[in-house]
Structure formats: C-alpha cells, structure tokens
Design a protein around this ligand. Sequence first.
Ligand code: SAM
Length: 350
Amino acid sequence: MSHVKHLIEKLSREHILTLEEYLAIITEADQEDTAFLFDKADALRRQTYGVDVYVRGLIEFSNYCRNDCFYCGIRCSNRNCDRYRLTKEDILSCCRVGYELGYRTYVLQGGEDPHYSVDDIADIVSAIKKQHPDCALTLSIGEHPREAYAKWKEAGADRYLLRHETATKSHYDSLHPEKMSFDNRLRCLRDLKELGYQVGCGFMVGSPNQTSDHLAAELLFLKKFGPDMVGIGPFIPQKDTPFGDQKAGTLEQTLLMLGLIRLTLPDVLLPATTALGTIHPQGRELGIKAGANVCMPNLSPVSVRKKYALYDNKICTGDEAAECRNCLSNRMARIGYRVVTARGDRIICK
Ligand code: SAM
C-alpha cells in the first residue's frame, strides 16, 4: 500500500492527522489514491446518512453588499452589477413554491445589505417560521453584531452559514480590503455557535494566493472549530473583480478536499455546491460520490437569478424552481443516491 493510502486509511480510522500528514495527501495523492479516498469517504457518509441527499432551497434575496471582497461579483465597487432586492412577500412566495416542491429547509442568502434592519430580518424570519413551522431556516447574510444574531435566533432562525474563507490570517488579508478582518469573522462564528445556531463555515478551493499548506491548515481548523456544516467550492473568477483574471480552482482539488473533510468530520453536513457544478457538468454528482451529502438548488425568482453573479458562468440561472428540483433528483438517482424531503439536520455520531 502506498504511503498516501496508509495516511488515508489512518484518517478514516482516527478522523485526524497532523498538518504534515494532511499536506502529504494534498501534495502527493495520485489518481489511485484519490479513488481510494473517495471510496472511504463515501462508505463513511453512508454509515450515517445512507444514500440520502438533503436539499436546501436557496433564496438569494439581495445582491446589494457593503463589503468589497476582492473575489466576489456582488462587491460594492462593482458598477456592472445589476442590483436587486426581494421584498418580504417575494421571499414568502419563494418559500411557498419551495414547500410545494418538498423543501423543508430554506437558506436566505444575500450580500450585507444595510437596507434590511436587524428588525426587518427578524420579521422575515418569524414570518417564514409562522408560514412553515416544520421547516428549518438558515441565514447566510454575513458579519453582524452578536445582538443581531441573538435577535434572529429568537425570531426562529435555526442555522447560519458564514464561510471563514481561509483559516490563515495573512491569506484572509490578501483576499479582503483592510476594513474586513479575520478576527471579526472568527468572532462571528464563535458568537453564532454560543447562541445555539447550527453553524456552517467554509472556504473556496483555489482562491488566489492559496497554497497546499493553507489547505492542510483548513482541515485542522475545521477539526478544532467543529462546524455542523462545511461549505466549500472552487474559486471561480468574476470578470469585473480585482481577481477577474486569476485561475479558477480545480475540480480535482475540490473533490480531494471534500473527501478529506468527510473523513475528518464523519457526520458533518457537506454540500456539493453550485460552484462545483459550474466548473464541471457532473461536478455535483462527483462531489456527492466524494463524500458530500447536501445540495442547495435555487428557489430565487428566475427574473433575478442571473443578477446574483458571484462568479462568471454560474449554472441554473434560467430554470424555474421545479425544473431545478427535478433535474437534481434525476441527477442523484442516476448515480444511486436519493434526494429526500426532510429538514436534514446533522445526525451526530457518538
Ligand atoms: N454575504 C454573505 C457572506 O459573506 O457570508 C453571503 C453571501 S457570499 C457572496 C457567499 C459566498 O460566496 C462567500 O462566502 C464566498 O465563499 C462565495 N464566493 C464569492 N465569490 C466567489 C467566487 N468568485 N468564486 C467562488 N465562490 C465565491
């Protein structure tokens, strides 16, 4: 057995490696090693989640953002971004459509849009929970004071997604303007956890300036933080951003990281993201086979889909919610997995 296979075997037993060991897998794994990794990761996810794929209905409700992240198409200084925001009624109507299609989790995602006050968001959260008390609600609206997170939790929000983007401070600083800080990002994640949210963090694979050491450090960060969910996807350039001419992250490296995350956090909720589906026609299927167990189809009105352009050539921007849902079910069935109607909470292994 190769050195790398030995390390993968060890990871699948112990669910933790040293930085050097993770680095060895990341830098040395060949095709046979990665096939071995994906088999182990898939077997482990099947132990807890079987062949179930949880779906979350994603509602991208505003592309206004006060931040200026160098990689993101909705950054505030992108003048070519055609801005929109949905009303509370629009959002509730997306949820109704989603409910009919079998969604039992909604993810409200948007830029950090100051138009919505803390109370406005709380009001939207409680209206959704009143309309669909059997559904879980996830917020993904960036960095806010602890008091705001507390208010939204009280209003009924169950989960919060906030990618840390990178676990290395100097790398974080190279991706963001000076007024954003790694420390505040981590403060937010800590607050969210303490307030009782199910928390998702995550990062882009292949973001500018990212090294193999950074990727190895991600795995130790995740192990230490212990998130309920980890959202990772390839970085994809958006032409109107400072990183518009940078290379995209690769399918191979993203799949490798998905497999390593599954073996490191056996019961974590792990999405095969839209970005993964954007860089390869079968990206999401391959992600599921590498250990992922969640997909997040779009529930936003088709009229605004193209405008939530974080990166170029994003998929599924023209399909109605029902088409997305059917397409995903068929894609998963073809590879032997099953989209399920459930809240899709994390199943915590003892
Ligand atoms: N404003 C919220 C936040 O900061 O968490 C949610 C929206 S933000 C656009 C969602 C995620 O999109 C980011 O965390 C980032 O990882 C991802 N993203 C942004 N630009 C991207 C790009 N060019 N390629 C891939 N992913 C990107």
